[in-house]
Design a protein around this ligand. Structure first.
Ligand code: OAD
Length: 233
């Protein structure tokens, strides 16, 4: 059984209508990272930060998985492969396409976290800085999102899976944000084969054994079809 670890980024959800970050029409063109994606920004203006994530939650809730998400869910069901999706995305399109083994290393738009007692609970559609934590009753509600300067979730599990994989595939990510941007290099050091599927060449394309350029909705189903019909060695 081939063990495949798949890293996904904003590019896989772009064709579902969710904006990427670093394109000319990307989210970071309209919003400063320091204001909406750091603990300091949240401390300075929690209402602005809640509004930013309320807007993103509404967009994600209205979006539908595209052919790339669906193909990855199909791959997971193929008996000859063991698949783990590690996503930097905070939408739930992998799960809604049917993927069951998904790690949200940057958190989720659909969760809240208490910054006083660390309790987690499902996020309502609209949240405000005055919302109380249901466990400790403090007005300490924040989105369950990993911000710049914070440690992404479940890194030990991810590194263990990477080291034990036969193949690492990176889909729709620009390779600008660590630690995810270092996964291809980590994989290669332990002899894991690497493949990139992205709209254009990313800053780390040269590191991969193979890099294919095009739309995720085309490249991902093609690649899944290719490996599901390949004859075992
Ligand atoms: P970026 O916006 O940095 O990069 C998106 C990548 O997807 C680019 O390389 C695009 O070329 C590619 N792309 C766009 N449309 C595509 C399509 N239809 N098919 C295939 N590829 C496509 O987004 P990420 O790399 O995901 O973190 O960003 C990583 C992290 O930076 C995010 O998780 C977020 C952000 O700041 C935090 O907020 C902590």
């Amino acid at each position: 059984m081939a063990k495949i670890v798949i890293l996904t980024g904003a590019g896989i959800s772009a064709e579902s209508g969710i904006r990427t970050f670093r394109a000319s029409d990307g989210l970071w063109e309209d919003h400063r990272i320091e204001d909406v994606a750091t603990p300091e920004g949240f401390g300075a203006d929690p209402e602005l930060v809640h509004e930013f994530y309320n807007m993103r939650r509404a967009t994600a809730a209205a979006a539908r998985p595209n052919a790339a998400h669906v193909a990855l869910a199909q791959l997971e069901r193929a008996p000859q492969h063991q698949v783990l999706v590690v996503t930097q995305n905070v939408d739930d399109l992998h799960e809604r396409a049917g993927s069951q083994h998904v790690i949200h290393m940057h958190g989720t738009l659909f969760g809240h976290l208490c910054h006083s007692c660390d309790h987690r609970w499902p996020a309502p559609a609209i949240s405000t800085a005055h919302d109380l934590c249901p466990a400790c009753h403090q007005p300490a509600t924040r989105p369950d999102i990993v911000w710049f300067g914070e440690m992404p979730y479940r890194m030990d599990e991810i590194w263990t899976a990477l080291r034990g994989a036969d193949l690492f595939v990176s889909i729709g990510t620009s390779g600008n944000v660590y630690p995810a941007a270092g996964f291809a290099q980590d994989a290669m050091r332990t002899g894991v084969a690497t493949l990139e599927l992205n709209l254009d060449r990313s800053s780390g394309s040269h590191i991969f054994d193979e890099s294919r350029q095009g739309l995720a909705s085309v490249l991902v189903p093609q690649w899944v079809d290719q490996i599901c019909t390949a004859k075992p060695n």
